[in-house]
Unconditional design. Structure first.
Length: 238
């Protein structure tokens, strides 16, 4: 049955350390992927959405998440854990419609892989995402903007040492703007930088994310760190 889901090759797979969580209600798929990746990573497995949420507490470095599962589906799992898990989430699904991809990215996914898939290609995508995360964490950068401090390696924002809870996308937007203080970014450019050039969502979502960031910052400081440049976009006002 599994040969209908993906094709398997064994050459040219990058070796990287880390922990990945594989979630799918079809045990054959999970077992095959676990056997394939266990020589490169510590592999955690889950066979339902409920179990995936529990296993996510182990803070894996990357999650492979099937969308179409009975009970709690992959979209709901992603939405539930995304506020608390910053690691890349890659959807694995047989769905082909663009609306499904849009829903996946809006739920917080970082990549979208359609079945049937090639395991070598999947391995390459996993390695690329993990390398990106490693580069991000290896750069220990902390910047201070008055009373606000942004730790880009720990992905935390504090005001007077009080933490401000931002979602992954909210922090990504704040990171982009604050690292380029004074530079104006329109919504399309922010969307492309945060969601990627292959993102299938709508740049209008940037307005909602900016609104949420402002509300969270306003609860801790009177300073307006994100300024609207009417007709152009947004810039960081540090």
């Amino acid at each position: 049955m599994y040969d209908k889901i993906c094709t398997i090759h064994t050459e040219g797979v990058s070796e990287l350390n880390g922990t990945i969580l594989i979630v799918d209600d079809e045990r054959g798929i999970v077992d095959t992927m676990k056997a394939y990746f266990s020589t490169q990573y510590e592999v955690l497995t889950a066979y339902s959405g409920e179990e995936a949420i529990q296993k996510a507490e182990n803070q894996p470095d990357l999650i492979l998440l099937d969308i179409n599962m009975p009970g709690i589906d992959g979209l709901t799992v992603c939405q539930t854990i995304r506020e608390h898990v910053a690691c890349p989430i890659l959807f694995l699904t047989a769905r082909m419609e663009s609306t499904d991809k849009i829903n996946g990215f809006q739920a917080g996914a970082d990549d979208y892989i359609v079945k049937p898939f090639d395991l070598d290609e999947l391995a390459a995508r996993i390695a690329a995402h993990l390398r990106r995360e490693q580069r991000r964490h290896s750069q220990s950068i902390v910047r201070f903007f008055g009373e606000l401090a942004v730790d880009y390696s720990a992905r935390t924002v504090t005001v007077h040492n009080e933490p401000i809870a931002l979602s992954k996308r909210e922090f990504d937007i704040l990171e982009l703007l604050s690292l380029n203080a004074g530079q104006v970014f329109d919504r399309e450019r922010i969307y492309e930088a945060v969601w990627g050039i292959d993102g299938d969502g709508n740049s209008d979502t940037i307005m909602e994310h900016i609104r949420k960031i402002r509300i969270k910052l306003a609860a801790h400081t009177l300073h307006s760190y994100i300024e609207t440049v009417w007709g152009c976009g947004y810039k960081w006002n540090g």
